[in-house]
Design a protein around this ligand. Structure first.
Ligand code: CP
Length: 330
């Protein structure tokens, strides 16, 4: 259920001006995109935009000096883990990076709740990536410190969805009225699950392009249908590309398949190349959460519409904003 954090704080008459407890998101977990409303997003993106300007102006500053972030990754990551580490360091804070849990007491069989209870003795905020859906929620039940979900299995990746939406805002200056086409592995790709839900807060049209076996889960289709979002499913990109403002491409998630023969049949279903791009609008963007395998030809990288490398940079500013907010400094 969507709660509106910013609005709830704005109407709280009991907290004096400047009290950290009055800051929206202070001490809160970031677990699912369903916890946000539009005014929350406007607030987060406002802070992220300020972070972008501050990094451009001074690079690093001491907003979170004295604060410590534990970063606990049970699954591989390059962008999410390093952008959270960079975000904390650019804000003057310190880090406990545990990127290879096989060298932690997890390898001895320590449970997630006990690992979380350990880290919160040392850190002020915990960033968690885990292969099981709901792991961050479980961690948050045991933690007294804020937990940020950095991806839970095929479930959600809320900070990715926030940076994706921030990318659209920064690149196209609006979300209302856009046609967004999500392409690739819509079944296992947690980024598209979170992004579709977040986009449903806006007046958008969503196209889903995937092999039949990798369709968007029915529960998400129904959830968005109930919200009145125009959605359509396709196996081919060509019919919807000319109307697309945002083409969001995902990798086929090999690690989620139990049947490798099934993976082989769908892994190369789509390849975007310069010829594909000739059918796209002049003013549109191509996004990808990355890493990519073969789904975007490197020859597309120099096309100004290719926003996927800029998208990674926007992630730094959004994660700086989230850390500052949950630690009461935004
Ligand atoms: N987009 C994303 O989650 O990338 P990483 O797996 O490298 O963190």
């Amino acid at each position: 259920m969507t709660t509106c954090t910013v609005a709830a704080n704005q109407t709280n008459p009991h907290l004096p001006f400047g009290d950290q407890r009055g800051a929206p998101f202070y001490g809160k977990d970031i677990l699912s995109v369903n916890q946000f409303c539009r005014s929350d997003l406007e607030y987060i993106f406002g802070v992220a935009h300020e972070m972008r300007e501050m990094v451009a102006r001074v690079g690093t500053f001491d907003l979170l000096k004295g604060k410590i972030m534990a970063s606990l990754f049970y699954e591989p990551s390059t962008r999410t883990s390093s952008s959270f580490l960079a975000a904390m360091q650019r804000l003057g804070g310190s880090i406990i990076p545990i990127n290879e849990v096989q060298y932690s007491s997890v390898a001895k069989g320590e449970s997630l709740p006990d690992t979380i209870r350990t880290l919160e003795c040392y850190a002020d905020v915990i960033v968690l990536r885990h292969p099981e859906v709901g792991a961050s929620e479980l961690a948050a039940q045991y933690a007294r410190k804020p937990v940020i979900n950095a991806g839970d299995g095929v479930g959600e990746h809320p900070t990715q969805a926030l940076l994706d939406l921030f990318t659209i805002m920064e690149e196209l200056q609006r979300v209302d009225g856009l046609t967004v086409t999500l392409l690739g592995d819509l079944r296992y790709g947690r980024t598209v699950h979170s992004l579709a839900r977040l986009l449903s807060l806006y007046d958008v049209r969503l196209n889903y392009v995937s092999p039949h076996a990798l369709r968007m889960p029915g529960e998400i289709l129904s959830e968005l249908q109930d919200k009145g979002i125009l959605q359509s499913e396709h196996e081919l990109l060509a019919p919807v590309l000319p109307e697309t403002d945002v083409l969001y491409i995902t990798r086929v998630q090999k690690e989620r398949f139990s049947d490798m023969d099934e993976y082989q049949t769908v892994k190369d279903a789509y390849v975007i190349n310069p010829e594909t791009m000739t059918a796209a609008k002049d003013r549109m963007i191509v996004m990808h959460p990355l890493p990519r395998l073969g789904e975007i030809d490197m020859a597309v990288d120099d096309d100004p519409r290719a926003a996927y490398f800029r998208q990674m940079e926007y992630g730094l500013y959004v994660r700086m904003a989230l850390l500052a907010m949950v630690l009461g400094k935004a």
